[in-house]
Design a binder for this molecule. Structure first.
Ligand SMILES: *[C@@H]1O[C@H](CO)[C@@H](O)[C@H](O)[C@H]1NC(C)=O
Ligand SMILES: *[C@@H]1O[C@H](CO)[C@@H](O)[C@H](O)[C@H]1NC(C)=O
Ligand SMILES: *[C@@H]1O[C@H](CO)[C@@H](O)[C@H](O)[C@H]1NC(C)=O
Length: 495
């Protein structure tokens, strides 16, 4: 009897030790200064679209005039009503234990006409109070100056396709720096220029330029010029505040569809068109647009009978001003795509996709989410980060967005798995030598997901849109994230 119990005890102990060892082996911890946060954007959560002096934005105009283009025909008029819920939202951030909060400022809330001769003091007060509440709770505010909500009055002048906007953006940024740079130390000029230039000017999202291969390039060009203006102005007039300025770029990893040389080459062309377009002028040692973009668009423009390339040309002064105009790279990463060589056919109609000339798909075996474009591919994150390290001399990277849309549920196990999978991949990338300084989950709360309305939910917290008070409630993923921020290690359990 004795020896039998003894034997069982030995086996149980061995098993326990083994479980313990596996746990320790798989322990994923981030360095002490690594910062965890969550992100939101003004139009997607604030509401209060026409109160306290705010001017109309292109998304106000678009949702009001084209409800049929929004999946659920809704608007951001009220959204999560965050304009009236500063204290409540900061309380959620405290509950999550985040070290930073990334939010955006609505340009037409600060400057109702878009121009700096008329400042809306109520708008300044709102953001100033938000910043004060964050600081009072030891949360670092990270501010995006532009997250898609252009003042409509500036769109009436052509918006980002009109070169004058680089000056107006500079003036707007100066007003914001003047009021907030004493307390805000981390700034981003733009969020995802690829998305808002392509979908807004190349496509039919606000402001619906619907002119691919033409207006998208004009937009990108003026956004880059505006970015450089603001970076150099900050460097000259506000560097003494101790702050830093970056830009947020979105980068879905572009994986070759096969080992064939044509597909490998096509994937690299896709990376240059979809990331290098904005990254190369700022982060590469040579500066300017990627050579492959200049060469392809020039050649195809000529064959389409244009007298010059549809891709605008930077002056030498602009190339120099843009080069190195970012203290760090903000990276939004969600998914991975497969790239194969295209047919090489050139249509008479300009098109970004013809210029790029590749075929982009996703592997149907990759797990689906509630967004058609978003499949779960954690390993692509590690590759994207290593590509940035190798291509641009290992710049400091702050992951400014990463997250997943799922049907409405409290027990969102798949969001926990998504975050854990992508954070493991990020951790591997850091072991590879990538200089990643922090991670920001998109999003704090459910929000207005542009043309998908409220149908695609990215929140750690649910928002009850049917209630006037827009009640927030934590999901399983919020509790998981709160454990992560406190230990800086991936929790082993979900509850
Ligand atoms: C603001 O917009 C709402 C609709 O969202 C409308 O009912 C209200 O009258 C508007 N208020 C003002 C001051 O224009
Ligand atoms: C976009 O332009 C194409 C022609 O290039 C046209 O067929 C289509 O209707 C336009 N879409 C919108 C929403 O304006
Ligand atoms: C996402 O969820 C909505 C319901 O909110 C549904 O109507 C839509 O079809 C879903 N989309 C995808 C791609 O699963």
């Amino acid at each position: 009897m004795q020896s039998k119990y003894c034997f069982i005890a030995v086996v149980v102990t061995a098993l326990c030790l083994r479980v313990e060892a596996t746990r320790a082996g798989s322990e994923v911890c981030f360095p002490p200064h690594f910062t965890f946060g969550v992100a939101t954007a003004a139009y997607q959560i604030e509401g209060a679209w026409n109160v306290s002096g705010k001017g109309e934005s292109i998304w106000d105009r678009y949702t009001h005039t084209h409800p049929e283009r929004i999946f659920d025909h809704k608007t951001g008029d009220v959204a999560a009503d965050s304009y009236h819920k500063v204290k409540e939202d900061v309380r959620l951030l405290v509950e999550l234990g985040v070290h930073h909060y990334r939010f955006s400022i609505s340009w037409p809330r600060i400057l109702p006409t878009g121009l700096s001769n008329d400042i809306n003091e109520d708008g300044i007060r709102y953001y100033s109070e938000l910043v004060d509440h964050l600081l009072a709770n030891n949360i670092v505010p990270m501010v995006t100056l532009y997250h898609w909500d252009l003042p409509q009055s500036l769109q009436d002048l052509g918006g980002w396709t009109n070169p004058i906007i680089a000056e107006y953006f500079h003036d707007y940024a100066k007003v914001v720096f003047e009021h907030l740079s004493d307390r805000v130390k981390v700034w981003f000029t733009f969020n995802e220029p690829l998305s808002f230039c392509q979908e807004g000017y190349g496509g039919t999202d606000a402001p619906a330029g619907n002119s691919s291969g033409f207006e998208d390039y004009l937009c990108g060009h003026n956004v880059l010029r505006a970015h450089a203006n603001v970076y150099r102005m900050f460097e000259r007039d506000y560097r003494h505040t101790g702050g830093a300025v970056g830009i947020v770029l979105d980068f879905a990893w572009m994986e070759p569809a096969s080992t064939a040389a044509e597909d490998q080459k096509a994937a690299e062309i896709a990376r240059q068109f979809q990331f290098g377009w904005f990254a190369h002028p700022i982060f590469s040692p040579e500066g300017d647009y990627p050579p492959v973009m200049k060469q392809r668009i020039n050649e195809i423009s000529k064959r389409q009978n244009f007298p010059r390339s549809r891709l605008p040309v930077f002056t030498q002064e602009e190339v120099v001003s843009l080069r190195g105009s970012s203290d760090f790279l903000g990276l939004n990463h969600y998914t991975t795509r497969l790239v194969a060589a295209g047919s090489g056919k050139i249509y008479p109609q300009p098109s970004f996709y013809t210029d790029m000339g590749v075929v982009i798909t996703q592997n149907p075996d990759w797990p689906r989410t509630n967004s058609t474009w978003l499949r779960v591919v954690p390993w692509g994150f590690r590759r994207a980060l290593n590509y940035i390290r190798v291509s641009y001399n290992n710049p400091p990277v702050l992951v400014t967005e990463n997250g997943v849309s799922l049907p409405r549920m409290t027990h969102d196990v798949r969001r926990v798995q998504y975050a854990a999978g992508y954070l493991r991949a990020l951790h591997e990338a850091m072991k590879d030598g990538c200089d990643v300084r922090g991670y920001t989950h998109w999003s704090l709360i459910n929000n207005f997901e542009w043309t998908r309305g409220y149908s695609e939910r990215f929140g750690l917290y649910d928002v009850e849109y049917a209630s006037a008070s827009r009640t927030r409630s934590p999901r399983l993923s919020a509790r998981y994230y709160a454990k992560l921020t406190r230990t800086r290690c991936l929790p082993n359990t979900w509850e």
